[in-house]
Design a protein around this ligand. Structure first.
Ligand code: SF4
Ligand code: SF4
Length: 189
C-alpha cells in the first residue's frame, strides 16, 4: 500500500538534495548553472548551433561552396543571397560565389542550409556574440566574414567535421584512381 503524499515527499527530497549539492559542484557537473558572464563562460556542447558559416580548406580561396543555390532556395525565411562568379573572358559560371550573404537579422537558426548542402560547405557555428547597431545593414554578413577554416570546424564540431573529412578524402582518392585508370599508358616511340 502506498501512503498518500509519499510521491510529493520524494520529489521534495530530490529538490532539496539538488539544491544543497549545487553549491559544491561545478556548473558542468550538475552544479549551479548560472555563470558570471562575460568573466565566466558556460561550456558549449558540440551540438550547440547559432548562425551558419562557410568552410574553406587551407586558404579562403579554396572555399568549398560552388554557389549551386540550394541553400538559398531552401532557407525558410529567405535570408541567404548568392551570386555566382563568372570566369573572366569567357563569362562562364565559375562555380564559386562572387557574393554570399546571410542576413543574421532574419536567420532563425534552423540549420536547414547545413542539412541540404551537398558540398559540405555550410555549417552552423557556435559563435553567438553577434551585435549591431543597425539591423538592416550591419547584420547582413558578407562572404568574407562568413568564411572559416576547416581547422576551426574540426575544433568546434569534431563529431561532424571528422567523418566529413574522411568522406571527402575517400572521394578524392576514388577520383584519382579513376583518372589514372582512364589515362592511356605511355608507349615508347
Ligand atoms: S539556419 Fe535556417 S534560417 Fe538561417 S540561413 Fe540557414 S536555412 Fe536560413
Ligand atoms: S553553401 Fe552549399 S548549398 Fe549553399 S550554395 Fe554553397 S554549395 Fe550550394
Amino acid at each position: 500500500m502506498t501512503l498518500f503524499g509519499t510521491g510529493v515527499l520524494k520529489g521534495l527530497i530530490v529538490t532539496l538534495k539538488n539544491f544543497a549539492t549545487s553549491y559544491f559542484r561545478k556548473p558542468d557537473n550538475g552544479g549551479i548553472f548560472t555563470v558570471q558572464y562575460p568573466e565566466e563562460r558556460a561550456k558549449e556542447i558540440e551540438s550547440f548551433r547559432n548562425f551558419p558559416f562557410l568552410v574553406y580548406d587551407g586558404t579562403p580561396e579554396k572555399i568549398r561552396c560552388v554557389a549551386c543555390g540550394i541553400c538559398e532556395r531552401e532557407c525558410p525565411p529567405k535570408c541567404i543571397h548568392i551570386v555566382m562568379e563568372t570566369e573572366a573572358g569567357t563569362g562562364k559560371p565559375a562555380k564559386r560565389p562572387a557574393v554570399f550573404e546571410i542576413d543574421y537579422g532574419l536567420c532563425m537558426n534552423c540549420g536547414m542550409c547545413e542539412d541540404v548542402c551537398p558540398f559540405d560547405s555550410i555549417y552552423m557555428d557556435h559563435a553567438f556574440e553577434v551585435t549591431a547597431s543597425d539591423r538592416t545593414q550591419e547584420l547582413v554578413r558578407p562572404k568574407e566574414t562568413l568564411l572559416k577554416s576547416n581547422d576551426y570546424f574540426l575544433k568546434i564540431r569534431p563529431g561532424t567535421a571528422t567523418p566529413v573529412d574522411q568522406k571527402r578524402r575517400a572521394a578524392e582518392e576514388k577520383k584519382k584512381t579513376a583518372q589514372a585508370a582512364a589515362t592511356p599508358p605511355k608507349t615508347n616511340p
